[in-house]
Design a protein. Sequence first.
Length: 159
Amino acid sequence: MTRILMVCLGNICRSPLAEGILRKRIDEAGLTNVEVDSAGTSGWHEGEHPDHRSVHNARRHDVDISTLVSRKFSVADFERFDRIYVMDSSNYRDVTALAKNEIHLAKVDFLLNCKWPGKNMAVPDPYYSGAEGFETVFHLVNEACLALVGSLQKENAGD
């Protein structure tokens, strides 16, 4: 079982979208041994559903994230998850600051590095943007998730 965690600031826009897209792409690929979750580095929106604009945009692309609930990233997530993908450099700093050892640190990477390795590109936060910002985020995250699913398929083929 591979366990993947998506992390952004509030866990209401980018990371729940990444969770939803990755789940959909995993299902489409027929992978059954992957678990996906999401969290935020802040607890500002803990217990809330994703931002309505993110839900709407995801739904336009046949991805349902409406039932997801925000939670805060915790140190225990390093033990529970094999891979932790962050959306930007601020998330990276916040998550890695909680790491207890090199094993924890090695689990953390930028999501967009799945598609554009080593670039450490940010998924822009669409919270203060209009619909076009949410659409841009969808396409960036989708590209990264497709690449991630491709690498998971290769790993599974080697088992």
